[in-house]
Structures are given as structure tokens and as C-alpha cells.
Design a protein around this ligand. Structure first.
Ligand code: TXA
Ligand code: MG
Length: 351
């Protein structure tokens, strides 16, 4: 298949053409503020099944549907609580996905067999115009091959999807850089299923108490199931194994220095880059700038593929604000292989 790349900035017909492909059941890469999505008509079972095939994604992993505003919620969700409208009022369009009971019009293929559906209104004018022109909600998982880092530029999405989908709309680099925050509103208190571009603290301002799913902070024990099926997979992983150093930036930088082999690559805060001269490095942004870290984290995880780096060490922010999402993506890429630089290394414990 020949994948058309649309440039809406210079091509006024791009939005209508992308919408027409979606309406006839095709697949189109769409820009959002978080990451690029692999769009399909959320109500068309065949189109939805093709997105799973293009990504190599397990069919039990549900898709998020994208709508242009909160007035569409009633059509696709039942029992929409007042909190959903309060959240939409405050944070949509934006990086927030709400889990709500689905109406029958949303096929089980889209929801991975669940009776709930994730809904979000993305903050990108091109994609909002495409959804309105298509007149149907657009199901869109992140536009990467399953297991790889999510694409934050059209070029990254082309790397994974060229020849597998009908088109990709180039809407520029993503301004947030990590996926949406997912909140389950079908339980009390509401539960955070995935940290993302909207900080947990912002949700708590509107909702009060929010519980945090265990899958957010660690790998689950055998037999435990996360509420967001996607959280159970090792994810975002470069080819080389990743080790994440947690702890204060000065300490994690020094701990990594002590662990580095010659062939190791490093993901670090800008201030520490000079420490690793001679290694392939990718800067996350300043230690104090978590928005910059969110914008760069997936790029960083993609950098090392195609190099001869044999292992990767990464510095990691604390869990405040966007740090929770950045740390979660890095830790998942590492399969939760972590070293805590704030704890001394124990040696010679025998008496
Ligand atoms: O920012 C985003 O959310 C991006 C852009 C394209 O909008 N989309 C995205 O989709 O990240 P995806 O499919 O890569 O991740 C969706 C996550 C998965 O972990 C999935 O298991 C979870 O959302 N999810 C979707 N529907 C769900 C539901 N009904 N209940 C629980 N989890 C759900
Ligand atoms: Mg994804």
C-alpha cells in the first residue's frame, strides 16, 4: 500500500481527503498534542480490526475514541456523571481520556470486549477538523508498532507505518509528547489508570480523591490484571535493555557514571551531559523542566535503535506533576529494572 503524506499547512484539501479516507474505512495517522494516533472510524468494525493488524497489537487492548467536544459524549456513553462534564469543561480539548460505560453503537472490537469506552477530545486543530468532517468518532491508538515508543513526529510514525496505512497527516511535532492521562469514572473514587499529559494534581483539584492503579507505579505480580489492558505489556522499549536510575539528579547522574560500560548509551538531564563524554547520549531537558522531559522522552527512547549501544541508562524525574508520566514511560521501557541512587550500594554484608 502506498501511504500518502498530507501537509495540511500547504494543502487546503488535506482535511477533507483524510476525512474521506476515514469515512470509507481507511486508516490515517493523525496529529494530536500528545502523540500521533492511528485513526480509524470507531464505529466501523472492519476498520478497527485493521488498526490492530497494522500495529501488531493484541485484540484485547481497547482503543480510545476521539471526539471534537463534550456534546458527543451522550451518543457513545451511558450514565455520564456530572464529573465528566466538569472535567471536559476544564481540560478538553486536552490530554485527558475518560473511561465511561459504552453504548451499543460502539463496537466491542473498539473496546477490546469491554463494556466501557475511553473518550478524549484532542487539542489539535487539524485533527478536530478531520473528526468533524468525518462526522464519526475516530478510534486512535498511538501510531507506533505495538511495543515501540509512541511517535511524536510524522517522521517517527512513517518509520513504523509506511506501507501499512492509507495516509499520515503531518501536523508538526507533538507539543506535550506523552500520551493522555486516563481516568476511570466508572468506579468510586475515580481511578487513575495511566499517568499522562495532564498531571494527577490537576485531576484531584476537580475530583477530590483519586485512587492510583497499581500498574502505574510498578509491574503487577503474576495473576494481577491492570484496569487498562495496555498497561500490562512491556512497552516503549528500545532494542537495547534499559536501566532507570531514580533519586535526586546529582546522585542518579553519579550512580550511572559508576555503572556505565564503554558501549552504553545514556538518557540524562541537560546539566549532566558533559559527564558522559564519549558515549551516545540523549538529553531529556533541564532537570527542573518536566514539560521538556515529556516532549523528549519518546524521542530519547527511539534514538538508540540503529546504533551499536548495548545497554541504556536513564535518569528519571520525581513523581510530581508531569514527572509521574515521564517516570512511568522510562520505567516501562526498562521493564521496571531500576536502581535507587538515593540508597547506598551495600557491599561486604558478610560479617
Ligand atoms: O494520548 C493518547 O491517549 C493517544 C492519542 C493518539 O490520543 N492514544 C493512545 O492510545 O495512547 P493507546 O491505544 O496507545 O493507549 C490507550 C490505553 C491503552 O493502555 C488501553 O488499554 C487503555 O488506554 N484503554 C482504552 N480503553 C479502555 C477502557 N475502556 N478501559 C480501560 N483502559 C482502556
Ligand atoms: Mg500506545
Amino acid at each position: 500500500m502506498n501511504t500518502i503524506v498530507f501537509h495540511p499547512e500547504s494543502d487546503p484539501a488535506a482535511i477533507q481527503e483524510a476525512a474521506a479516507i476515514l469515512r470509507r474505512g481507511g486508516l490515517v495517522g493523525i496529529p494530536t498534542e500528545t502523540v500521533y494516533g492511528l485513526g480509524a472510524d470507531a464505529l466501523n468494525e472492519d476498520a478497527v480490526v485493521r488498526t490492530f493488524l497494522a500495529k501488531g497489537r493484541p485484540q484485547d487492548n481497547p482503543l480510545i475514541i476521539h471526539v471534537p467536544d463534550a456534546s458527543w459524549l451522550e451518543q457513545y456513553c451511558r450514565d455520564v456523571p456530572p464529573e465528566a462534564y466538569r472535567l471536559a469543561e476544564r481540560f478538553w480539548p486536552g490530554p485527558l481520556t475518560m473511561i465511561l460505560p459504552r453504548r451499543d453503537i460502539v463496537p466491542l472490537q473498539t473496546t477490546g470486549g469491554l463494556e466501557t469506552v475511553g473518550v478524549r477530545c484532542p487539542d489539535h486543530p487539524v485533527t478536530l477538523a478531520i473528526i468533524r468532517a468525518a462526522g464519526v468518532p475516530i478510534a486512535a491508538p498511538s501510531g507506533n508498532t505495538s511495543g515501540r515508543p509512541s511517535p511524536t513526529t510524522a517522521a517517527h510514525m512513517i518509520e513504523d507505518m509506511d506501507g501499512k496505512i492509507d495516509g499520515i497527516v503531518d501536523g508538526g511535532p507533538c507539543t506535550v509528547g506523552v500520551e493522555s492521562t486516563i481516568i476511570d469514572l466508572t468506579v468510586t473514587p475515580p481511578r487513575l489508570l495511566r499517568p499522562g499529559g495532564l498531571p494527577l494534581e490537576a485531576l484531584e483539584e476537580v475530583l477530590g480523591e483519586v485512587s492510583v492503579d497499581k500498574a502505574v507505579t510498578g509491574l503487577l505480580a503474576a495473576g494481577e490484571h491492570p484496569r487498562a489492558p495496555g498497561m500490562k505489556y512491556r512497552h516503549y522499549a528500545p532494542h537495547a535493555p534499559v536501566t532507570v536510575a531514580t533519586g535526586t539528579p546529582d546522585r542518579s547522574a553519579r550512580r550511572i557514571l559508576g555503572l556505565l560500560s564503554d558501549q552504553a548509551g545514556v538518557i540524562c538531564f541537560d546539566e549532566y551531559a558533559p559527564l558522559y563524554a564519549g558515549h551516545i547520549i540523549h538529553r531529556l531537558g533541564p532537570a527542573a523542566d518536566k514539560s521538556a522531559q515529556a516532549r523528549h522522552v519518546f524521542d530519547a527512547l527511539r534514538t538508540f535503535d540503529g546504533t551499536d549501544v548495548t545497554e541504556i541508562f536513564a535518569q528519571c524525574p520525581d513523581d510530581g506533576g508531569l514527572g509521574l508520566a515521564v517516570a512511568n514511560r522510562l520505567k516501562k521501557a526498562a521493564g521496571f529494572h531500576l536502581v535507587d541512587a538515593d540508597r547506598p550500594i551495600l557491599i561486604g554484608l558478610t560479617g
